[in-house]
Design a binder for this molecule. Structure first.
Ligand SMILES: Nc1nc2c(ncn2[C@@H]2O[C@H](COP(=O)(O)OP(=O)(O)OP(=O)(O)O)[C@@H](O)[C@H]2O)c(=O)[nH]1
Ligand SMILES: [Mg+2]
Length: 615
C-alpha cells in the first residue's frame, strides 16, 4: 500500500555562523535550489529530503540573525519569515533552531525570542564536537524539559552528525514550546539557564584561546603579527611555487615544440601554437601561485584567525570612515571582487555599502596575480634582502599594501563630511580551530577547477579571438617586418598608442589591454600571443619573461604594475556593480575613477622611474 505522508515545511534559524548551512547541506545534499528573495539581494536556499522514516521535508535555510529586531536586509528576511509576514514566503510549520554549543551565552538569547512565536520548534545544539573538546557539557534533556521542545545534539560537519534530528523529525510533530513568563528578563534568564544546564569541566581550550588572543589582539603586537603573517604569505607565493611552475612551463614548452614540429607550417599550426598554447599555457603556469595564496587564506579562515584580523582592522576601517562590517566584503575581494561586492549585502547603511562596493575593485583580486608575478619575475631580481626576505615577495607585498592603502584613502575621500551611521561591529570571535586538511583540500580543489575552467573557456576563446585579430589581415606579398604589424590588432595597438605612450606602454601592451577587460589574467596570455606572433624565431612564448625584460624598460614594467593596481579592467565586476546597485551611473563612476587613478598612478610611476633610472 502506498502511504503518502504530507510534506513538512521547516526552516533553519539561528545566529550567524552556528552551522545552519552545514546542517542544511548535510540534510539535503545536492537537492538544493539557490535563488534570491524577491526584491532584495539576500540569498534564498531551499532543499528537500526524506527522513529515514519516510517523511518528506522541505527545508529553508534562513539567513543568520542575532535577533528578531532586524538590523540588516538579511535579518529582515529571517524576521518576516518567522513572523509569517513575508510577502512571498509562507510561514514555516516548524522552526529548527540551531545554536552553537560553545557559544550558548550569545545564542540562547535568540532561542528565547523564537520561543515566544508559538511555532513548533526543535532546538539543535550544534558543534558538539567542539564543545566536547573544550570540556563544555550541555544537559540536553534538562533544556528540553525546561523549554518544552525537543533538544538534540549535532555535529553538522560530520557524517551522520544530524541523526538525532532525523529521529525527532520522524516522530509526530512537536507542540509549540512553553512561552516565557512576561516578567522574565532575557539576560537574567540566559544566566540562569547557563548555570543550570551548561557545565565547563576543563577550561584548557578557552585558556588557550585567551592566551592566543592576548597576543593576536594586542594593540601593538597584534598588528605586527598580522603584518608578519601577510608578509610570509607573499614570500611563499614565490618561493614555494617556483619548482612546480618550472615543471609546468617546461611541459607547456615541450607541448608547443612537439605540436609545432608535427604540424605543417600554416594557419592551423599558428592557431594552436601561438594562439592556444602560448596563451592558455602561459596562464596555467600561474596556478601554483594562486593555489598557495588560497591555501593561506583558507587556512587562516578555518583557524579562526581572520575574524581577529577583522577585529584589529576595525579601527583602521574607522579611519577610512567605514565600519568593520566592510572588512569581510573587502577581504573577499582579494579572491575576486564579485563575491566581495555581493557580500556587501550584509552592510545595512546604504552609504557604507555603496562606498564598500566602489572600493572593492581596488582590492587585489587573484586574477591580477599572474600579471604581477610575470612582471616581477621578469624585472625584479631574484635577490635576498637583509639575508632573509626575497625581494620579489617584498615587491608583491608592497603592491598589495599599496592597493589597500589606496582603497582606504579613496574610501576616506568618499565618506568625507558624511557622518558614519553604522554602529560599530559586534564581532563574535569564533574559537581557534585546527584547520581540517579535508576542508582545505576541497577549497583548493574548487579554486583549481574554477581557474582551469576559466582557462579552458573564456581565456582560450579570447586568445583565439586575439590570435585571429593579430594574424589577419595577412601582410601583402613582399611586405617586410613582422606580420602582426599589418594585422588588425597591430593597427588597433598603434592607434591606441597616443593615449598610452605617456605612461610608457608600447603597442603590444595596448593590444593586451583589450582582452584583459574580460578577464585580467588574459593580459598575460595576450602578451604571450602577441609576442609569439611578432617574434621572428619560434617558441618566443616559452620565454615571455626574459623576452619582456629584454624589450621593456624598467619604467614601462613598473608603470604597467601600477596600472594594474587600479585599472577597471574586468567587465564582470562592472556588471555585478550594476546588478547590486541598479545604477549605470555608479558603474560609470566606478569605471571612470578607476581609470583616472590607474592612468595617474602609471603616469607618475613611469615618469619617476625614468628619471631615477635615466631611461
Ligand atoms: N567543528 C564543527 N564545525 C562546524 C559544525 N557545524 C558547522 N561548523 C563550521 O562552522 C562554520 C560556520 O558554519 P555555517 O554552516 O556556514 O554557518 P551558518 O549558520 O550557515 O552561518 P551564516 O549563514 O553566516 O548565518 C563553518 O566553518 C563550518 O564548517 C560542527 O558541528 N562542528
Ligand atoms: Mg549559512
Amino acid at each position: 500500500m502506498d502511504v503518502r505522508v504530507a510534506s513538512l515545511y521547516a526552516a533553519l534559524v539561528g545566529n550567524p555562523n552556528c552551522g545552519k548551512t552545514a546542517l542544511f547541506n548535510q540534510l539535503t545534499g545536492s537537492r538544493q535550489k539557490v535563488a534570491n528573495y524577491a526584491g532584495v539581494t539576500v540569498e534564498r536556499k531551499e532543499g528537500r529530503f526524506v527522513t529515514p522514516g519516510g517523511r518528506p521535508v522541505r527545508l529553508l535555510d534562513l539567513p543568520g540573525a542575532y535577533s528578531l529586531a532586524a538590523t540588516s536586509p538579511d535579518e529582515d528576511v529571517t524576521r518576516d519569515v518567522c513572523l509569517g509576514r513575508h510577502r512571498t514566503e509562507p510561514r514555516p510549520e516548524l522552526l529548527i533552531n540551531v545554536v552553537d554549543a560553545t557559544n550558548l551565552r550569545l545564542h540562547l538569547r535568540f532561542v528565547l525570542e523564537l520561543r515566544q512565536l508559538g511555532l513548533p520548534m526543535i532546538l539543535v545544539v550544534n558543534m558538539m564536537d567542539e564543545a566536547k573538546r573544550r570540556g563544555i557539557s550541555v544537559d540536553l534533556d534538562g533544556l528540553s524539559r525546561e523549554f518544552g521542545m525537543p533538544v538534540v545534539p549535532a555535529v553538522s560537519v560530520r557524517k551522520n552528525g544530524a541523526s538525532a534530528l532525523l529521529d525527532v523529525l520522524d516522530q509526530p510533530p512537536p507542540l509549540p514550546p512553553k512561552p516565557l513568563g512576561a516578567d522574565v528578563e532575557i539576560h537574567a534568564e540566559v544566566r540562569r539557564l547557563l548555570a543550570a544546564y551548561v557545565q565547563h569541566s576543563k577550561r584548557d581550550g578557552e585558556l588557550l584561546a585567551d592566551r592566543l588572543d592576548r597576543w593576536f589582539l594586542h594593540p601593538v603586537f597584534g598588528p605586527l603579527i598580522l603584518l608578519a603573517v601577510l608578509f610570509v604569505m607573499f614570500q611563499t607565493v614565490f618561493s614555494w611555487a617556483q619548482p612546480v611552475m618550472d615543471l609546468l612551463q617546461n611541459g607547456v614548452a615541450t607541448l608547443g615544440q612537439t605540436l609545432g614540429a608535427a604540424l605543417p607550417d600554416g594557419v592551423l599550426r599558428s592557431l594552436l601554437v601561438d594562439g592556444v598554447i602560448a596563451g592558455a599555457g602561459t596562464v596555467i603556469t600561474y596556478l601554483p601561485q594562486i593555489l598557495i595564496l588560497f591555501l593561506w587564506i583558507l587556512a587562516l579562515e578555518e583557524s579562526g584567525y581572520l575574524p581577529r584580523a577583522a577585529f584589529l582592522l576595525d579601527r583602521i576601517m574607522a579611519t577610512a570612515g567605514l565600519s568593520g562590517r566592510s572588512f569581510i566584503p573587502l577581504l573577499s575581494s582579494f579572491a575576486c571582487a564579485i563575491p566581495g561586492i555581493m557580500a556587501t549585502r550584509t552592510i545595512q547603511n546604504p552609504r557604507d555599502r555603496l562606498v564598500t562596493i566602489l572600493v572593492a575593485p581596488l582590492m587585489t583580486c587573484s586574477a591580477r596575480l599572474p600579471v604581477y608575478t610575470l612582471l616581477i619575475g621578469a624585472f625584479v631580481p631574484h635577490r635576498r634582502v637583509w639575508g632573509i626576505f626575497g625581494l620579489q615577495g617584498l615587491v608583491l607585498f608592497g603592491l598589495y599594501a599599496f592597493a589597500i592603502v589606496s582603497g582606504l584613502i579613496v574610501a576616506r575621500l568618499m565618506t568625507h563630511g558624511v557622518k558614519a551611521a553604522e554602529h560599530p561591529l559586534l564581532l563574535e570571535l569564533p574559537p581557534y580551530r585546527r584547520p581540517v586538511l579535508r576542508h582545505l583540500a576541497l577549497g583548493l580543489w574548487q579554486r583549481a577547477t574554477m581557474f582551469l575552467s576559466r582557462v579552458g573557456t573564456i581565456i582560450v576563446t579570447l586568445n583565439v579571438l586575439l590570435w585571429a585579430l593579430s594574424s589577419f589581415p595577412a601582410p601583402p606579398p613582399g611586405a617586410s617586418g613582422a606580420a602582426i604589424d599589418w594585422s588588425l590588432a597591430g593597427r588597433i595597438g598603434h592607434w591606441m598608442m597616443p593615449i598610452f605612450a605617456p605612461i610608457g606602454f608600447n603597442w603590444q601592451i595596448c593590444v593586451s589591454l583589450i582582452p584583459g577587460m574580460a578577464a585580467r589574467e588574459v593580459a598575460v596570455s595576450a602578451l604571450a600571443t602577441v609576442y609569439a606572433l611578432g617574434a621572428t624565431e619560434d617558441n618566443a612564448a616559452d620565454k615571455l619573461a626574459p623576452l619582456l625584460s629584454a624589450q621593456w624598460s624598467l619604467a614601462t614594467a613598473f608603470s604597467l604594475l601600477a596600472w594594474y593596481v587600479f585599472a577597471p579592467q574586468c567587465l564582470s565586476t562592472l556588471a555585478v556593480i550594476r546588478r547590486e546597485t541598479n545604477s549605470w551611473k555608479v558603474v560609470a563612476g566606478t569605471a571612470g575613477y578607476l581609470f583616472a587613478l590607474a592612468y595617474g598612478a602609471a603616469l607618475a610611476t613611469y615618469q619617476i622611474t625614468r628619471m631615477l633610472t635615466g631611461g
